[in-house]
Design a binder for this molecule. Structure first.
Ligand SMILES: [Zn+2]
Length: 137
């Protein structure tokens, strides 16, 4: 049976530095140079102070499960073998939230507030996708 590849995010110019970071095993978020707010993904301007100046800064990669949804439908054939899977929102220790997946546990084992840390899944030579796995507290 032919397997269908998962969709790989395209590396847009504003995300190029982010993916350079993930290839080094480093998770980064945007830091507003106007007010210091940390956010992800990149915005064209800061929602707090309207500054258009921001830079990528490294973060710890540690956080906790903020919310999650278990997907039972196959929305893309590349995920057919993984249903059901969970889409989680991870709140990083530094504040920004990431929409991602948790690896290493079953969807029904996910709990709100569960401590997690980043890990990277190689999608292509260019793209390492941040995922999260449970961590000991
Ligand atoms: Zn700002």
């Amino acid at each position: 049976m032919a397997s269908v590849s998962k969709p790989i995010p395209s590396v847009t110019p504003e995300m190029a530095e982010f993916y350079e970071g993930t290839r080094r095993g480093q998770l980064m978020v945007r830091k507003c140079e106007g007010c210091g707010d940390l956010h992800f993904p990149a915005h064209s301007f800061c929602s707090l102070c309207m500054s258009t100046r921001a830079k990528w800064v490294p973060v710890s990669g540690r956080g906790e499960i903020y919310s999650y949804n278990i997907m039972h439908q196959v929305y893309h054939p590349g995920f057919a073998s993984e249903v059901p899977y969970a889409v989680v929102v991870v709140k990083l220790e530094e504040g920004p939230k990431f929409v991602s997946n948790v690896v290493g546990i079953k969807p029904h084992e996910i709990r709100i507030g569960m401590p997690v840390e980043v890990t990277f899944e190689k999608m292509s030579d260019e793209v390492m996708l941040p995922k999260f796995r449970p961590r000991a507290t």
